[in-house]
Design a protein around this ligand. Structure first.
Ligand code: EPZ
Length: 436
């Protein structure tokens, strides 16, 4: 397990490019199983989760190869009953292949995706939607078998605007007989980009980005070349990096329209954000010191994936803040780690109450999940002294070379691979060993 070592207190400056979106690359990779034709994807970030999804596709018989700036997939034959269970347990987003395999050939056997550190992550809404489309679902011995003679279009109401359920059902319905209407659908930009990709393959989807999505099933889908949208959560994370270090930086490859709630909160806290005529967004965080009241909500509300990063920022606000997490039941694990760095945060139920402090103190802390890890890196950028963020593998799932990008902006941060660490400890041990 690598760790990141950060010496805080440095101002950031310069510019950095945001990568393609992880949370649309994964469903779009899964959706490539819907067609026998070649699919070429650009701007997909080379993250560990993307690597695992490519492995899932390969084990299902697809030809997958990376060119210089693209990932190419050709799933002209599908083998096996479903994604390999060891990969599903590593990466729950593998469950997004269920909708694609159902749409492609009417059956899939898939191990139940476990929960994760932030919550139970049930799949009841996915299964309810598949059944509405005419599929049978049977659970046994940790697997679920989903079969359908022929998927038939139906009107489906989602009890909660689940992103994954909306994606899975769009994929399955794209090849169903007749028309499907998904009501109370998720409205995230990633849903829109997935719909655009499916339509480029020949699907007939309208309404993506609203609460009502209409999918007219088609018999066959073709190939396409598609560039994924920028990662709005990575962009938001770098915006907070500028805010917490009271710096000014320029971000390239950002669609501000995808970040309205985040931009509104940053401005409310005192930041300035301006789109530049020559491109890019200038983020001025010098005066981003005001406390906030934040509630996470489905898009277009404040994104749960930015909650931890804002908590790091608000530990240093001039006043008291409240953050309420309404999406996941256990997404405050970064609180104890931030308090070890000198923050003053109290959790009651789904709300965290922060009293701003003058200074954080560098400390060895552990990342428990992707966004919590990012929050600890942000806190380390502002803390006095040295912060070590352990278990960086969580962060690498969602951020491509975050240490290099932050170093490019002037942060004093470097990665220590634990192999180096053990060699260093070995050397120290032998040097201090008492001569016989
Ligand atoms: C996607 O997860 C994202 N992951 C998450 O990003 C993100 O936090 C989440 O959407 C919400 O925006 C990917 O896109 C790969 P949901 P997903 O289904 O689809 C409940 C990150 O940090 N629910 O919208 O799993 C569920 O328990 C990750 O990048 C059911 O009850 O999220 C949760 O409370 C973390 N039954 C809520 O809905 C279901 O069948 C939101 O889940 C499905 C979900």
């Amino acid at each position: 397990m690598d760790k990141l070592v950060i010496y805080g207190g440095k101002k950031l400056k310069g510019r950095v490019k945001v990568s393609g979106a992880k949370n649309v690359s994964l469903p779009i990779l899964a959706a490539s199983l819907l067609t026998r034709e070649k699919v070429c994807l650009k701007d997909v970030p080379p993250l560990s989760d993307v690597y695992y999804m490519m492995k899932v596709l390969e084990k299902l018989g697809a030809q997958v190869y990376s060119a210089k700036d693209s990932i190419n997939i050709k799933a002209d034959t599908i083998r096996g009953e479903g994604p390999a269970s060891d990969l599903v347990s590593r990466m729950r987003a593998s469950f997004l292949t269920a909708g694609a395999l159902l749409g492609r050939r009417g059956r899939v056997k898939i191990s139940l995706p476990g929960g994760c550190s932030i919550g139970r992550r049930p799949i009841d809404l996915h299964l309810k939607g598949f059944r509405a489309l005419g599929a049978k679902t049977e659970e046994a011995c940790g697997y679920i078998c989903i079969t359908a003679e022929k998927l038939r279009g139906e009107r489906i109401y989602l009890d909660f605007p689940s992103v994954g359920a909306t994606e899975n059902l769009m994929m399955a319905a794209s090849k169903a007989l007749g028309t499907t209407v998904i009501e109370n659908a998720a409205e995230e930009p990633e849903i829109v980009d997935l719909a655009n990709f499916l339509n480029a393959l020949g699907a007939k989807i309208s309404g993506a980005g609203t609460k009502v999505i209409r999918i007219e099933g088609v018999r066959e889908l073709g190939g396409a070349v598609h560039t994924v949208i920028p990662d709005r959560i990575e962009a938001g994370t770098f915006m907070v990096a500028a805010a917490i270090t009271r710096s000014k930086i320029l971000l390239d490859n950002v669609i501000l329209d995808h970040l309205k709630a985040v931009v509104a909160k940053l401005k409310e806290a005192g930041a300035r954000l301006e789109e530049q005529p020559e491109g890019g967004v200038l983020v001025s965080g010098e005066n981003c010191t005001l406390p906030l009241d934040i509630k996470t909500l489905p898009y277009p509300g404040f994104p749960t994936d930015m909650q931890a990063q804002f908590m790091a920022l608000l530990t240093l606000a001039e006043g008291n803040s409240v953050i309420t997490e309404n999406i996941f039941e256990n997404r405050f694990m970064h609180v104890s780690e931030l308090n070890r760095m000198g923050a003053n945060i109290r959790v009651e139920g789904s709300s965290a109450f922060l009293q701003g402090v003058k200074q954080l103190q560098g400390f060895p802390v552990r990342s428990t999940d992707l966004r919590a890890g990012a929050a600890l890196v942000l806190a380390g950028l502002a803390a006095r002294g040295c912060t070590e963020v352990l278990e960086v593998n969580h962060i690498d799932r969602g951020y491509y070379r975050i240490d290099e990008k932050l170093r490019q902006l002037g942060a004093e941060i470097h990665r220590v691979t634990m192999k180096e660490e053990s060699e260093k400890e070995m050397t120290e041990a032998t040097e201090t060993a008492v001569p016989r």
